[in-house]
Design a protein. Structure first.
Lengths: 516, 302
């Protein structure tokens, strides 16, 4: 044991932070020791992100004091935090899209390393930790999952003594997450302290030794995460008893005509870093949920663009059919008018316009529902605000004040808003990517319940997700997207997490043959 | 005769290269300074004035660069310190520079100075046609050196990486611990120095007099040139020669009584910019060229 074992590496004493009248952190006391993996748990909007931003010097506390090795410190800037040895992997990535992977990493390292040396280190360390990354790839062309690897790698190369990870596993496959945990455990054994934010209780149980639970900006308790059950943790977090997940009831009219299908759709890769789609066929029927599993970067983004109508034109071969009529040539707006709704994976800037208020964002996809938002062809802001309030109320979106800009919401809260926005119009077909990524347990359950409710009206849902648990619980049939190819769908009752995991790793044929 | 024409084209393009290279760095850091014309005029009047007082065109160069930097510092103070709108502040800077340079320069009207001498490289300058390249003034050679070093710094050094990072994603750069405002302020100052130097080139080389508004829109052409060059320093040189060539063609055409309207010819540089922009966006490159944060205000969150 190191001599510092008894003095915490970092302590927070009575930390408070307010934004206007909203208290994000209220009188929080916190200790983390060297060689400890400490979980920070809480629902969306509980103040976890604010707290870690205070630790990382991105925000400064209104009250309270941080101690580093027992000495009072003022963490005035991220630079100061990094100089002390604090590294952070962000929930919304802090990467530079136009720069290459190596350049992004070089920016976070101390001066004096040449780009070539950085590239070599990227290759060595990424291989060592089993995270494949090409140092010359342009970050803007990478998938979300790959971008996160860049973030994590960037921190690892800085040799931090305290590493903060804000929901790092939400975009990783179980196998990738396991690899990450191996890395984190090794760092812990080297004496590094790790502050780990996650919603996945099994991960917290498996990885962390202590857990601090926040609720509405206040600390509930710091407990021993190994000896506290997942159910207890969840209840501490939500503040109420929970009824845990159950599978979606099977479809009663499974052989009904398909509502929506893709017929042998192919799409060449638009950039060197994109994935082309090869001969994709799928169909989904009334009252059915189709799950599409797959590791990030296997064509999810490209497929989503084809489904939503963002990508149309000559490059796309094959047919997209709704109600047996081709909608291949229709753009997103036309498809929306036919009762299709999409929630893309990236919330900021794709699903929502960050600098616009929630009511404006609500208007953007509801503009054709005249009774909702407009009177005599003109926008009725009163109706827009009412719609936005209705979404906020029904989906438990926690907002700092009435009608804030979308960018000021935490990731999970914005997701609740976006899903709510699309559900509100009772679509006939809902296509969602990563529906509950970064969303807390309570809200994830609410979202899932709402999706099931939608099925009762005869709607169909396609979920593209990396969260296998979720797909197994939610979907009636599952297929796997691997290197731009989609496997034949299998009924969920016939598959296990292991078999899907194998298919995600590119061993589709073996599994299908066995299933047939 | 064609040597003369070529020489004039090259000389006309030098101030464009200088000002556009400076603005390119400013824009790479995410700041849009529309005050290039104003900074150039300040540089021109200071360059002329200092040369007139000290009888040394080299002091004049220094004076021009300093005046440009001071004017840019004012812009930086408003845009970065007080977070004012960059477009409005930049336009105001041009109006301010035009007015102030006219005021300062009023007593200088009618005076003449000895400008920068041509530095003729022996032997090389005797080569036909190409020889023109070796009979330019010091500042012309320096301008090429500045383009080379700007390109090197931007794409081969850590400093350049930081500048590009700040221009692409200020929030992330801040999160990594880089001082966005400091980087941008220095970039703005550099842009001002280059614009000042570019302005000083006019009285020191092109016409040895001071006249109010003597930049005659060159600052705006420099701004267009940055876009034309899709934020790549070396393309600035090609663009500047093209723009310079078109400007001279218009004068030469008038002198020779070409039947093309001079207004049409003076429109050409801008037409060329539009064509290049369209070509770039059709090739899918526009999105890669423009710094993502261009013109956006950044306030460090506290």
């Amino acid at each position: 044991m190191s001599p510092h074992r008894e003095i915490p590496l970092l302590s927070g004493r009575r930390i408070s932070k307010r934004f206007g009248t909203f208290t994000a952190n209220d009188d929080i006391n916190f200790d983390i020791h060297e060689g400890e993996i400490h979980a920070l748990l809480g629902e969306n909007g509980a103040g976890k992100s604010t707290f870690v931003k205070l630790v990382y010097g991105l925000l400064s506390p209104d009250n309270g004091q941080f101690l580093w090795h027992g000495t009072p410190v003022d963490i005035s800037s991220p630079q100061a935090a990094r100089d002390m040895g604090i590294g952070m992997v962000f929930q919304h990535f802090s990467l530079f899209d136009v720069l290459s992977v190596a350049e992004n990493i070089q920016l976070a390292l101390p001066a004096g390393l040449s780009l070539r040396e950085v590239k070599e280190r990227v290759i060595t360390v990424s291989a060592e930790y089993g995270m494949t990354l090409s140092p010359d790839a342009r970050v803007g062309d990478l998938s979300v999952g790959e971008q996160q690897r860049v973030e994590i790698l960037r921190c690892l190369l800085q040799d931090p003594s305290l590493l903060i990870l804000d929901e790092p596993t939400s975009v990783l496959t179980p196998q990738e997450a396991e690899q990450l945990f191996a890395v984190l455990r090794r760092l812990r054994d080297d004496g590094c302290a790790i502050l780990f934010i996650s919603h996945k209780l099994d991960e917290i149980k498996a990885l962390t030794s202590k857990a601090t639970i926040l609720r509405s900006g206040k600390k509930v308790v710091t407990c021993d995460s190994a000896s506290t059950s997942a159910k207890e943790l969840a209840e501490l977090m939500v503040g109420a008893a929970l009824d845990n997940s159950m599978r979606t009831p099977p479809v009663s009219h499974s052989e009904a005509d398909s509502l929506f299908c893709l017929d042998q759709v192919s799409r060449p890769a638009a950039t060197p870093f994109a994935t082309g789609l090869k001969d994709i066929s799928l169909s989904v029927t009334h009252g059915e949920i189709l799950g599409i599993a797959g590791i990030a970067g296997n064509g999810q983004t490209e497929l989503m663009e084809v489904l939503s109508g963002e990508a149309i034109g000559d490059a796309i071969v094959g047919n997209v059919m709704l109600d047996g009529v081709s909608i291949t040539e229709l753009g997103p707006d036309m498809r929306r008018q036919k009762g299709m709704r999409c929630v893309p994976e990236e919330r900021n800037g794709h699903g929502a316009i960050v600098n616009m208020s929630l009511s404006e964002n609500a208007l953007l996809t509801a503009s054709h529902e005249s009774d909702n938002v407009s009177a005599s062809g003109l926008v009725s802001w009163a109706k827009c605000r009412a719609l936005s309030r209705k979404i906020v109320g029904s989906y438990d979106v926690r907002t700092p004040h009435q009608d804030p800009v979308a960018g000021s919401l935490s990731g999970g809260n914005l997701q609740k808003f976006l899903i709510g926005r699309e559900m509100m119009s009772r679509p006939r077909l809902l296509i969602v990517a990563q529906p509950t990524w970064g969303v807390d347990i309570g809200a994830a359950q609410a979202i899932r319940a709402a999706m099931r409710h939608l099925l009762e009206d005869g709607a169909a849902i396609i979920i593209i997700s990396q969260d296998l648990e979720e797909l197994l619980v939610m979907s009636h049939r599952i297929c796997v997207l691997n290197q731009g190819q989609l496997s034949d769908p299998l009924p969920t009752r016939d598959v296990t997490a292991e078999s899907i995991g194998l298919m995600m790793g590119g061993m589709a044929n073996a599994v299908v043959e066995r299933a047939v | 005769m064609y040597d003369d024409l070529l020489l004039t084209v090259l000389l006309t393009s030098v101030p464009l290269i200088l000002a556009a290279t400076g603005e390119l760095v400013v824009e790479r850091s995410g700041v849009l300074n529309l005050g290039v014309e104003g900074m150039m005029l300040m540089g021109a009047v200071a360059g002329f004035g200092v040369t007139s007082l000290s009888a040394s065109p080299y002091f004049g160069m220094l004076g021009g660069a300093t005046a440009g930097a001071v004017t840019a510092a004012l812009f930086g103070f408003f845009v970065l310190g007080l977070a004012t709108n960059q477009v409005a502040t930049g336009l105001a800077l041009t109006i301010f520079g035009t007015g102030l340079s006219g005021l300062i320069g009023a007593p200088l009207v009618g005076q003449a100075i000895d400008g920068l001498p041509a530095f003729i490289v022996p032997v090389l300058s005797d080569i036909p046609v190409v020889g023109v390249l070796f009979s330019l003034d010091v500042l012309a050679y320096v301008s090429i050196g500045l383009v080379a070093s700007t390109s090197f710094v931007l794409f081969r050094t850590r400093l350049g990486l930081v500048i590009r990072a700040v221009g692409d994603n200020a929030t992330s750069a801040h999160a990594l611990g880089y001082s966005v405002l400091k980087v941008r302020f220095y970039a703005v100052i550099f842009g001002g120095m280059m614009a000042g130097l570019s302005g000083a080139y006019l009285p020191l080389v092109l016409t040895p007099h001071w006249a109010e508004g003597m930049t005659a829109g060159r600052g705006w052409i420099a701004l267009a040139l940055v876009v034309f060059a899709s934020w790549q320093p070396w393309r600035v040189v090609g663009g500047a020669v093209l723009f310079g060539g078109v400007t001279i063609m218009q004068l030469a055409g008038q002198a020779r009584g070409w039947s093309v309207s001079p207004q049409f010819l003076s429109m050409l540089p801008y037409l060329a910019t539009i064509i290049v922009l369209v070509a770039m966006s059709r090739g899918g490159r526009a999105e890669r060229g423009a710094p993502a944060q261009l013109g956006r205000i950044f306030l460090p969150p506290r």
